[in-house]
Design a protein. Sequence first.
Length: 460
Amino acid sequence: MSGFRLHSAKGKQDVDMTQGNILGHIIQFAFPLLLGNLFQQLYNMVDTWVLGQFVPGAAYSAVGTVTPVCNMLIGFFMGLSSGAGVVISQYYGAGQHDKVQHAVHTALLMTLILGVAFTGIGVFMIPYVLRMMNMTSDMTDAATTYLTIYFSGILGLMLYNIGAGILRAVGDSKRPFYFLVVCAVLNSVLDLLFVLFFRMGVAGVAVATILAQSISAVLVIVTLLRSNSCIKLRFRKLKIHWSMLKKIFLVGIPAALQMTITSFSNVFVQSYIIHFGEACAGGWTTYSKVDQLLFLPMQSVSLAATTFVGQNLGKNQPERARRGVNISLLVAAASTCILMVPVMLFAPQISYFFKADPHVVEYATLFLRWLTPFYVLCCVNQVFVGALRGSGNSKAPMIITLCSFVGFRQLYLYLMANHICNEILPIAMSYPAGWLLCSAIMLLYYKMVPFGKNRLINDT
């Protein structure tokens, strides 16, 4: 480990997943991550709730409908950051801590460069994307205001996510959770302050969001600066190590393309929903917020599987990695089923909480009761995607998910809307249909391909 001069290769918050109880590692890693994601979704839900309760007009439907637009750029970056996390976790598992340092500083400098680029790209593309969604003029005005402010502050969100990804790669999911709690509370307070006191409307919600994200970025960067382990950040060491960037891109680019193209495809799904009117769009907005909550357990366990697989393959323990994936799938399915029941039972009450419009509530209840039972299917594709990325293989998940969530889903929507049954429920069922196809193919692929052949690092 020549050239490595930090006080300790392992910080007190880091977790070595290459030994010890597998179920314990998965739960201990996923639970703080789940809580952190829950708080993140809660402050996103507060944004929507404030708009639904206190801002008249089309703001509620407009801001809820543009989520896929935000996710187009954020999804691309999240894919790249997942590549960084996989590289760091594998080197950490192998004990090559000088390479961890190179990966950390490469990833952070990459984030700063992309943050500047994404700000310009995001603001530039707003009118073109909104035009594709066929919004009403009222919805377009509100969406333009929100997205312009959101993309102007996107660097804070990116820095938080890359920093949190670095911490999670070495097994630390607790501190990212603590930071999200602080920022969720701050965002909620600022929402109410800007909307109720300063009467800023949609702009107030957007400003509150980017301020909260910026605080989370500061907290995670300070944590890296103060670390005494191999993930310590030193500004003078910020440098692109090209061999490391190549490894990050090897995993990150396919994941980035998958997330971006899927989000772009969902823009077209929103246009099908908007076709049925503003009340339907509002109901879909409500459903989308609950959808994000239902995904939390499986997404948290999927990230746990990514880190677990990365560390264990870094130490060349493929069988232990595979056992971790199987346990992750059981944990994800069980926790998702527990959430599904109350959502279906109390769908009208949940819908009314967001928007007390009977027509919006009717549509939201319809979506929640018909689509929720299918979420258990997503556990399969989410956990296996996380596991495959942890092994360094993100090309196969990209191809499978794009074929299922983009190709098949768009074909389904076109045929349904133009030739079979242009009604809202069959249109909405395009989501479960894509989930079913993706999970079936992903399961077959996972069973057929030897685990660990995509290990990214050398043993030397």
